[in-house]
Every structure is written in C-alpha cells, then in structure tokens.
Design a protein around this ligand. Structure first.
Ligand SMILES: [Zn+2]
Length: 291
C-alpha cells in the first residue's frame, strides 16, 4: 500500500502536473483550480498560469540526485512486482513463512536496515532523493534512543515499511516461549500503535530462532520471518553463497554511524552498497511488493 503510493507518486510526478498528482494522492479536491469541479474560465486561467510557469525539471534530475550522493547513474527502475505476494498463502495466525531469499528471476535485490541505532538526517535526504525502496526492522529499545521514532517516521512517510525486530534485541533461542511472545508481540503492538497497522514481517535478532519463535510470531500477526544471505559491511558486501548477488537476495544492513563504521557514514555505506548492486547488474525493489 505505501509502496503503491510511492510508486504512484513517482509515476504521476512525470505524467501529471503537480496539482493533479497531489489531488489523486491525497484525495483533496478543493486545492486544485483545474479539478473536475472547476468552471471553464477558471480552467483557462489555470492553464495560462501553467504556461507562465517555468518548465518542469528535466529528466536528468534523477541522475543529478544520484551524482550528489556519489553514484554515476540512477538505479534502473524495478520490473512490475509479481501479481501475488508470497504471504498471500499464509493464514491469519498460522505459521509464518521463513524467507531467506525471495524466489524470483528478476534482477532485483531488497535492502533491509536493522535495529535503528544511528539516526543520520543525511540518510533521510538520500532516501528521499534517490527514492530508494527500503525495509526497516526496528528494535524498540534501540529505535527509541536519541531522536527516537520521529526519525523513522520520516522514512516511513516516504513509503518505506517499518517491521518488527523485537523490543530488546535478545537472542530469542535463549528465552522461553512466553518471553519470546512478549518480545515479539510487544513490538507488534508498539509499531501498530505508531504506524496504524501490525507489521507483517519479523526478523529475529542475529537470525536466531526456534519453533517457539515461529509460533509466537504467527500468533501475533507476522506473515513472514525474514532472514538474509547478503550482508552490507562497511565498504563491501558479503555473501552466504557464491561470492556475488543472486536474484531475490535480501541484503542486510544496519542503521550505523561513523563509530561503528570506522569513520564511514551511513550515506557513504549506502552509496557503496548501491554501487555494488548496480555493478552486478541488479536494481533495488521493494520487499513488501514480493513478500
Ligand atoms: Zn539486529
């Protein structure tokens, strides 16, 4: 849903005048004089105004944005997402799917960012400029610290999903089923309260889980437990298999700052990651469109 809005916004931005795009997206009919209720005179006045306006930014704006963040060229547009999501087969309250890699032949990978420690405002600008699809897995204790959730609200407002990574980042395998349930369902409740819907995706800290984890996750509304096979390090990617990306790879990254990245910023790490994705002939798609 949020995906569709951001995709729609990008499509509309090129296809329609700003006013019409805004109208379609917000459903507000009153703000645009060229709306369907406008009279002929008003419409003519509006089109004169439009003619007087400077021309819309040329398409090179996208490559300019990429250059600003140190990338030679924009990411390719992802192909149309599949008609059916993987989780459509999951019954409410039933066992969630376990997803390490998305089954697809598309040359796409998915960017996931965990925990929520670093809250670099530059990264929000980058995500906004590049219209980068990303999926967040937040731990309540970690996300809450410092600037707190308002930082992630901004990324969410760009159409990016916020999902569950427990309340306190424990190794779930060391906890009994009740304690696991508190960790997972507690964060489901907190995120539902903040973002209006229960997350459908869950990632166990360290990728550690057992049967009780899956039961707890399913019981509190999780449709898929999302793991990974590719990891973004400070400057390069690590792969669980084969030394390169494969279609449908889920790339794990973290909200980390110069202290954890040996002086590298989150935006530079992201640029390195995107460069590597491009170089290998892939683009970034939105995980929620597939799973
Ligand atoms: Zn984590």
């Amino acid at each position: 849903m949020s995906t569709t809005v951001s995709g729609l916004r990008a499509a509309l931005a090129t296809a329609l005048p700003v006013c019409a795009a805004t109208l379609l997206l917000t459903g507000l009919l009153s703000g645009c004089s060229s709306g369907s209720g406008a009279g002929k005179g008003e419409r003519a006045a509006a089109s004169e105004k439009a003619a007087a306006r400077p021309p819309a930014p040329a398409p090179e704006a996208a490559s300019d944005a990429y250059r600003r963040w140190g990338l030679d060229k924009p990411l390719a547009a992802p192909p149309a997402p599949p008609a059916r999501k993987l989780t459509e087969s999951v019954q409410a309250g039933g066992a969630p799917l376990l997803v390490r890699r998305v089954p697809t032949r598309d040359k796409v990978v998915f960017v996931t960012i965990d925990d929520g420690a670093e809250k670099d405002p530059e990264f929000v600008k980058m995500a906004e400029d590049l219209k980068l699809p990303l999926t967040m897995f937040l731990t309540d204790d970690i996300a809450r610290a410092g600037r707190g959730y308002p930082y992630f609200d901004r990324l969410h407002a760009l159409g990016n999903g916020v999902h569950n990574h427990t309340l306190g980042h424990p190794n779930l395998r060391t906890l009994d089923p009740d304690a696991q349930r508190r960790q997972i369902c507690g964060q489901q409740d907190a995120l539902a309260k903040r973002y209006g819907a229960r997350p459908t995706l869950f990632r166990p800290p360290y990728g550690n889980y057992n049967d009780a984890t899956l039961a707890a996750a399913g019981g509190c509304g999780v449709k898929a437990v999302v793991l990974w096979e590719a990891t973004m390090q400070i400057n390069d990617m690590r792969y669980a298999q084969g030394g390169k990306l494969r279609p449908g790879d889920i790339v794990l990254a973290h909200f980390r700052g110069p202290k954890e990245l040996k002086g590298t910023s989150m935006t530079r790490m992201t640029a390195n990651m995107l460069r590597s994705i491009q170089k290998q002939g892939y683009t970034v798609a939105r995980l929620e469109d597939y799973v």
